[in-house]
Ligand binder design. Structure first.
Ligand code: PLP
Length: 391
């Protein structure tokens, strides 16, 4: 079946909650994608950051296949070895915490918020997040996502949530009170337009949380698992959170979310307090653990840093008057354009064989798989250059 026929079937059968591009992707290899009409695309977006190692990486195919032939899902009343392996990878690559696994970034943030609340005791329940932040679509995570267009129609939001401007320590200090349980912040804001923190911001947030004995939660759903050139985004800033939430790249394209919490917080999740039926299931966990092995073995954090710098320099060298600012770290790059709405760039790029994304109306987000080969970066850049000129 071709694109047109499949799109008609989709429209007759699925809820229309996603804006769609006119391609049905049927195959992927590394950072190349192919649609039902046989057209080939360079992938500069990695499925909202999920396919951190591209499609069909042999080591991940092996991990899935071996595990699928061995043991699929066990109830969480049993121990399972792949989940142990994944948690050990997180401890080794991030900090000495204890892990909990679920399926998505939103669910990871729900767990983080619940852990911050239960560990703070019954008097303290407030969560402060950042304006422009994004934490997911479930009602707790949405309550911490203060952008009206995401919340509209779903109110009322949960009580106890407020937001302050990112990079504004005095505003955060003013918002904290005796009922504050947690501060939730993305080390680099993703959906909000790839905004990096001022150097003193995250250390300052850490200090305020320490002074008030408030849980510091870093949402690393976008910035985790090598995306920014370190295993986790907070490692650029010398600050460790109390609780870290993860999703997207954690499963490399499989639905894996989770938190890593310092032991003093983790101990508040006693049996019966929180759970997720399929969280940490052996197939997902074995694959996720293998991702960290590949990142390490293939030195992909360093490669993301080098390729991110190369691409950023190449884009800057275009000296396009349409580009207002280039932001980001590693292969998490945001190009703010001098346009009110840059949305049409996405179908224009697709037409020419490049998958791009625009967020916050005028920020082009470039975040390919961290193992994308340089020739594909060059090909994507060539198409991007043409599209920018034609815009
Ligand atoms: N947190 C951040 C920083 C995100 O960017 C997202 C999704 O884009 C989420 C959480 C929600 O993740 P999911 O869509 O897997 O629920």
């Amino acid at each position: 079946m071709n694109n047109r026929e499949l799109i008609a079937r989709h429209q007759a059968s699925l809820i229309g909650n996603y804006g769609k591009l006119p391609a049905v992707l049927v195959r992927g290899r590394g950072s190349l994608l192919f649609d039902a009409d046989g057209k080939e695309f360079v992938d500069f977006f990695a499925g909202f950051g999920g396919t951190i190692l591209g499609h069909a990486h042999p080591a991940l195919v092996e991990a899935v296949t071996q595990q699928a032939q061995t043991l699929w899902a066990v109830g969480n009343q049993f121990y399972n070895e792949p989940a142990i392996r994944l948690a050990e990878q997180l401890k080794a690559k991030a900090f000495d915490g204890r892990a909990f696994f679920c399926h998505s970034g939103a669910e990871a943030n729900e767990a983080a918020i619940k852990l911050a609340r239960i560990s703070a005791g019954p008097e303290r329940y407030k969560i402060i997040s950042m304006l422009r932040g994004f934490h997911g679509r479930t009602l707790g995570a949405l309550s911490a996502t203060p952008t009206p267009e995401y919340q509209r129609g779903f109110g009322p939001m949960m009580t106890g949530f407020s937001a302050v401007p990112y990079n504004d320590l005095p505003a955060l200090m003013a918002a904290m009170d005796d009922q504050t349980a947690g501060v939730l912040v993305e080390p680099i804001q993703g959906e909000g337009g790839v905004h990096t923190p001022d150097p003193e911001f995250l250390p300052g947030v850490r200090k305020l949380c320490d002074q008030r004995k408030v849980a510091l939660i870093f949402d690393e759903v976008w910035t985790g698992v090598g995306r920014t050139g370190r295993y986790f985004g907070h490692q650029h800033y010398g600050v460790t959170p109390d609780i870290m939430s993860m999703g997207k790249a954690l499963g490399g394209g499989l639905p894996v979310g989770g938190i890593l919490a310092k032991p003093a917080f983790a101990e508040f999740f006693q049996p019966g307090t929180h759970g997720c039926t399929l969280g940490g299931n052996p197939i997902c966990a074995a694959t996720a653990a293998r991702i960290f092995e590949v990142l390490e073995k293939e030195k992909l954090c360093a490669q993301a840093t080098a390729n991110g710098a190369w691409l950023t320099d190449a884009i800057a060298a275009l000296k396009s008057s349409k580009i207002k600012e280039i932001r980001g770290k590693g292969l998490f790059i945001g190009l703010e354009l001098n346009l009110a709405d840059a949305g049409k760039l996405v179908p224009m790029a697709l037409e020419r064989g490049l998958v791009l994304n625009v967020t916050h109306k005028n920020v082009v987000r470039i975040c390919p798989a961290v193992n994308i080969p340089r020739p594909l970066l060059e090909r994507g850049l060539e198409i991007f250059t043409q599209v920018l000129a034609a815009l």
